[in-house]
Design a protein around this ligand. Structure first.
Ligand code: UDP
Length: 325
């Protein structure tokens, strides 16, 4: 199968490309390199530098490469940023996704995998959160993904587009060759590891007065290679119909527990300080991934936080300044 991967130079996208190629698929990456890195793109993938704002560029890529399926990772992805700059999310994330869907429709691409998010669940009534939980987006970011999920629903009903919405909880870890490198970095594990490397003085804990056992937020950390595998399983299952899955490990760790694990794995002290809560952060988010385990046999290979941290640390030690800029 030939798969066009938007955002294939980014963190989750590049590792999914790597896993697709290992699995024998042909891949075309479409990325504007806004956050992505050319060096993160697997050498066996074709690369198109293009922007989803540009319908003609998408049309040209689809006409030239004729993919069977699209995986859409390219997006602004930060809850906090979306609270400050809502139109990047309510505007660009949605119109770029719409451009891609219209192009896919016009070029007869009938399989589509959307990167979605746990930020759909701001007021969960049950924990862990399964696919029946009420959708309450926690931010313009979550809302942008909700709207794209709804578009896919209607394209399936009206046009026979087969889609999978994959709602990631906290993607983390690294493969041997690819890891997490954002500018600016805002994610917990790379930030903590930058402190361990001596590149930052300390790690700022966003609030320790949440209603959780140690007062810090609890999240479900899922290994990026396991997420990549979920995409591949979902892609292969699309002939049997569209589907939506929550993807996590089913276990929650507090911010303080993540810091303690990083101290153990790195053997470095990692100073911290407590600062104000970050707007848009719910206290606890833990996924139930029973549905994808049951329906597709997804079985995370790296379910424990120690392994995730070790693999992330190995990548940061080998690439202390990330990818070449
Ligand atoms: N976090 C923190 N300090 C930071 C960055 C993150 O305390 O500098 C916390 C954040 O409040 C959340 C967890 O770490 O509870 C994971 O945040 P991240 O931004 O990595 O992922 P998100 O949950 O936003 O997808």
């Amino acid at each position: 199968m030939k798969v066009l991967v938007t955002g294939g130079a980014g963190y989750i996208g590049s590792i999914t490309v790597e896993q697709l190629i290992k699995g024998g698929e042909e891949v075309v990456v479409f990325d504007n390199l806004y956050q992505g890195h050319r060096d993160a793109v697997h050498p066996d993938a074709a690369f198109v530098q293009g922007d989803l704002k540009d319908r003609a560029a998408i049309d040209a890529a689809l006409a030239a490469h004729k993919p069977d399926a699209i995986m859409h990772f390219a997006s602004y992805t930060l809850v906090g940023e979306s609270m400050q700059h809502p139109f990047m999310y309510l505007g660009d994330n949605i119109t770029n996704g719409l451009n891609l869907l219209q192009s896919a429709h016009e070029h007869g691409v009938k399989k589509f995998i959307l990167s979605s998010t746990a930020n759909l669940f701001d007021k969960p009534e049950r924990m862990p959160i399964d696919e029946n939980e009420r959708i309450v987006p926690g931010s313009p970011y979550g809302e942008s993904k909700n709207i794209l999920e709804r578009m896919l629903y209607w394209l399936d009903v009206t046009q026979g587009m087969r889609y999978a919405c994959l709602r990631y909880f906290n993607a983390c870890g690294a493969s041997e060759e690819r890891g997490e490198d954002h500018t600016p970095e805002t994610h917990i594990i790379p930030l903590i590891l930058q402190v361990a490397l001596g590149q930052r003085a300390d790690f700022a804990i966003f609030g320790d007065d949440y209603p959780t056992p140690d007062g810090t937020c609890v999240r479900d950390y899922v290994h990026v290679v396991d997420l990549a595998q979920a995409h591949i399983l979902a892609l292969r299952a699309l002939d049997d119909g569209s589907r939506t899955y929550n993807l996590g490990s089913g276990r929650g760790f507090s911010v303080k527990e993540v810091i303690d694990m990083a101290r153990e794995v790195t053997g470095r002290p990692i100073p911290t300080r407590v600062v104000a809560r970050r707007p848009g952060d719910p206290a606890v988010l833990v996924a139930s991934s029973d549905k994808i385990r049951r329906e597709l046999g997804w079985a995370p290979k790296y379910p424990d936080l120690r392994t995730i941290m070790e693999m992330a640390w190995n990548w940061h030690l080998s690439n202390p300044t990330g990818y070449a800029k």
